[in-house]
Design a protein around this ligand. Structure first.
Ligand SMILES: *Cc1c(COP(=O)(O)O)cnc(C)c1O
Length: 341
């Protein structure tokens, strides 16, 4: 039985669900892992995660398809990206095959919280890992906790995606050099101040530039950029200091294979941004947020797609990718992982 939840009223917020998946790493190995009902964690005050922020996370979604199946989208890519994040933070990667199985177990156990097809809502899944034993000298933990919980979330944009206004940010992107590709709270914590300032000035997001030359577009706090040229080419920044978004990687395939667009992943100069016809931010949470305007120290870059709706190419990309996720369009092999079918 589906829970008594008003799916249409959900925002992007945490709601406690019935089960979460937990596995512990101790004496050099991961235990077998299990589902538990307790949503709290008790740790020593000196746990490495509290002192030295040894932690990383992931984010993905499960959906109800039109024909009533429950699926998740490319969980194998979250598994491998989390393993990369863990290695860079001197944590033991959680085995990738077990990660994918844990997603299935977790979603199955909480199936009554998976929003119905057509509601616009989805089940957001948050895997994370922490260094859990006490460490006072600066060194990595040797015990770890891997956890995965889920929470139903509403459509990111109620009543359709309205283009947003963002600003070119003077702060360097939060991620210190070499950690830009790590999905971790340490990078987010350092972006909170810039985000707070942007919001106070009326902007939805920050556009970060490369710290070395401040001429190249990197990404926003939590989403990669996509641009469309006036002749319909899909352009996205290439940089080894931005997070490799799974949504962006998927959109590159959708653009080329489904929409027949030319796709370029290359350095994007801030100076060429005014030449683009459309701009969007992509990530799991919103899929694509259209950007209508970028303000660079008072100088406005207004995209021809305007402030009322998504540009035509952005809309096609959005419709095709969400169509694949919701099972209305056949996706490439292995993109949709059936949890209950
Ligand atoms: C999660 C995240 C993204 C988006 O990645 P998806 O895999 O598409 O959700 C982009 N940038 C940063 C910094 C992120 O943490």
């Amino acid at each position: 039985m589906s829970k008594n939840i008003d799916w249409g009223k959900l925002g992007f917020a945490y709601m406690k669900t019935d089960y979460r998946y937990v596995s512990y790493f101790k004496d050099g190995k991961w235990d077998e892992g299990k589902l538990v009902t307790d949503d709290s964690i008790t740790l020593n005050e000196c746990a490495c995660v509290f002192q030295y922020c040894q932690a990383c996370f992931e984010g993905l979604k499960a959906y109800t398809t039109r024909d009533g199946r429950i699926v998740s989208f490319r969980p194998d890519l979250n598994a491998s990206r989390m393993a990369e994040s863990a290695r860079r933070l001197v944590m033991p990667p959680f085995p990738e095959d077990r990660f994918v199985k844990a997603v299935r177990e977790l979603v199955k156990a909480n199936k009554d919280f998976v929003p119905p097809f057509g509601s616009g809502a989805t089940l957001y899944i948050r895997p994370f890992m922490i260094g859990s034993n006490s460490v006072i000298g600066v060194k990595p933990a040797d015990e770890f906790e891997f956890r995965m919980f889920c929470t139903p979330v509403g459509p990111y944009f109620k009543g359709g995606a309205k283009p947003i206004v963002i600003r070119v940010c003077d702060y360097d992107r939060a991620a210190p050099r070499g950690t830009g590709h790590i999905k971790a709270g340490l990078n987010y914590a350092m972006s909170l101040y810039a985000g707070m300032e942007a919001h106070a000035e009326g902007f939805a997001e920050n556009m970060y530039l490369d710290p070395a030359t401040r001429t190249k577009v990197e990404e926003t706090g939590g989403a990669n950029f996509i641009f469309i040229t006036k002749d319909g080419t899909f352009v996205t920044p290439k940089s080894d200091s931005i997070l490799p978004s799974i949504t962006r990687r998927s959109l590159m395939v959708v653009a080329e294979k489904y929409l027949g667009m030319k796709v370029e992943q290359r350095e994007v100069l801030l100076s060429e941004v005014p030449e683009f016809a459309e701009c969007g931010l992509c990530g799991t949470a919103a899929v694509i947020s259209p950007v209508g305007k970028i303000v660079d120290h008072g100088k406005e870059i207004c995209f021809p797609s305007g402030m009322e709706k998504m540009g035509p190419w952005t809309q096609k990309l959005y419709d095709t990718l969400t169509g694949i996720q919701m099972g209305q369009i056949e996706g490439p092999e292995g993109w949709v992982d059936t949890v209950i079918g």
